[in-house]
Ligand binder design. Structure first.
Ligand SMILES: Nc1nc2c(c(=O)[nH]1)N[C@H]1C(S)=C(S)[C@@H](COP(=O)(O)O)O[C@H]1N2
Ligand SMILES: [Mo]
Length: 348
């Protein structure tokens, strides 16, 4: 497990996918990034004892076991999952948190049930505006704070999957076995693993992981006054060449991925002259809602020297990622073009 991944902290385990494993449309389960606030369960929970409760502002509190879940209509969807703190270490001004480079992201094909189908079974009561998710893992440290997060009801009813399968396999233990939430196109913090309880509420859930972290705020500001992290921001990453790679003049294939969460990626452009001119990249492979698009660009370079390769993505509504990220205390949502530039050296 530790080996190929770039491990930032062993316990809780936080580890990123190396750049080269981000070159395929599907990120294999064994190299998919790990982000944990608490302890990954030691082994698979016994499915005969596991169940999911849906409670709170519902007409009937219901408890569903795993067989009942499997009997419900199955949905299979592609979704790119990214940690809100991904790319934090690339910010020129330091921000606190795990030092992710670009590997706090991955794309998988998930199988499960739509949350809206389960909520329909319980019946959402009038005045319900939010849906909270709680997992069963053990917290680390003395605080014993559970990882509980809520999302607005619109998101819960439109595009939230409860996944029990990842790339055709049962959800691996470290990714939330047997069931996790996936608010499609939203950052990982909205996608609670090891799910066991869903609570329908009037207001957002209040607690440490809602009000102290996962908020966009500046130093000196109360985090709770900041915006919640929600949708993944439009961004292109370069997956080949590696930073500081030494290359020969000629035709150099630049590879990358681009993703925009709920927004569709329309174009990716590449610049090798500091952003003075941009050339269109070509897409390769599948194009699915909520999933990244892989791209390539062949750069013909004749002059030796140092270059920085830049890539920028634009959504179908015309939103282009910024040249520089807008900085915040916890370094969330870094989608700056320059921060993601790849310096290379061309030698004769
Ligand atoms: N129960 C639980 N769910 C969780 C977390 C956690 O610590 N506990 N971390 C969240 C965060 S911040 C991210 S980025 C994703 C990471 O999912 P992965 O480890 O499957 O890649 O899980 C989310 N769901
Ligand atoms: Mo995250």
């Amino acid at each position: 497990m530790d080996d190929i991944m770039r491990v930032m902290t062993p316990r809780p385990r936080n580890a990123e996918t190396p750049r080269s494993y981000l070159r395929s449309w599907i990120t294999a389960n064994k190299v998919f990034f790990d982000r944990n606030q608490g302890e990954i369960p030691q082994e698979e929970i016994d499915l005969s004892t596991w169940n999911l409760t849906i409670t709170g502002m519902v007409e009937n509190t219901i408890t569903i076991d795993f067989d009942q879940l499997l009997a419900m209509p199955k949905a299979i969807v592609a979704n790119t999952l990214e940690c809100s703190g991904n790319s934090r270490s690339l910010l020129s001004e330091k921000a606190s948190g795990n030092p992710w480079t670009i590997g706090g992201v991955g794309n998988a094909v998930w199988g499960g049930v739509w949350l809206k189908d389960l909520l329909a079974l319980a019946g959402v009561a009038a005045g319900a505006n939010h849906v909270a998710f709680a997992g069963y893992e053990k917290s680390l440290g003395r605080s014993q704070i559970k990882f509980i997060r809520s999302i607005p009801i619109d998101k819960a009813m439109s595009s939230t999957l409860l996944a029990y399968e990842m790339n055709g396999e049962p959800l691996p233990v470290k990714h939330g076995f047997p069931l996790r939430a996936l608010a499609l196109g939203w950052t990982g913090a909205n996608c609670v693993k090891w799910l066991e309880e869903i609570t329908v509420m009037e207001k957002p859930y209040e607690g440490f992981f809602m009000d102290k972290v996962y908020r966009i705020h500046q130093p000196g500001e109360d985090p709770a006054t900041g915006e919640y992290v929600k949708g993944i921001q439009i961004k292109a990453i370069i997956t080949q060449p590696e930073p500081e790679q030494v290359l020969k003049p000629g035709n150099i294939t630049i590879l990358g991925a681009a993703y925009g969460g709920e927004k569709d990626v329309a174009t990716v452009e590449v610049s090798t002259d500091g952003g003075a001119s941009w050339q269109g990249a070509e897409f390769i492979g599948p194009h699915e809602p909520f999933a990244w698009r892989q791209w390539q660009y062949v750069w013909s370079v004749t002059q030796p020297g140092r270059y920085t390769i830049l890539a920028r993505a634009t959504t179908t509504d015309g939103e282009t990622q910024p040249m520089q990220a807008s900085w915040n205390k916890l370094g969330y949502n870094n989608n700056g073009v320059e921060e993601h530039g790849i310096p290379v050296e061309i030698v004769p």
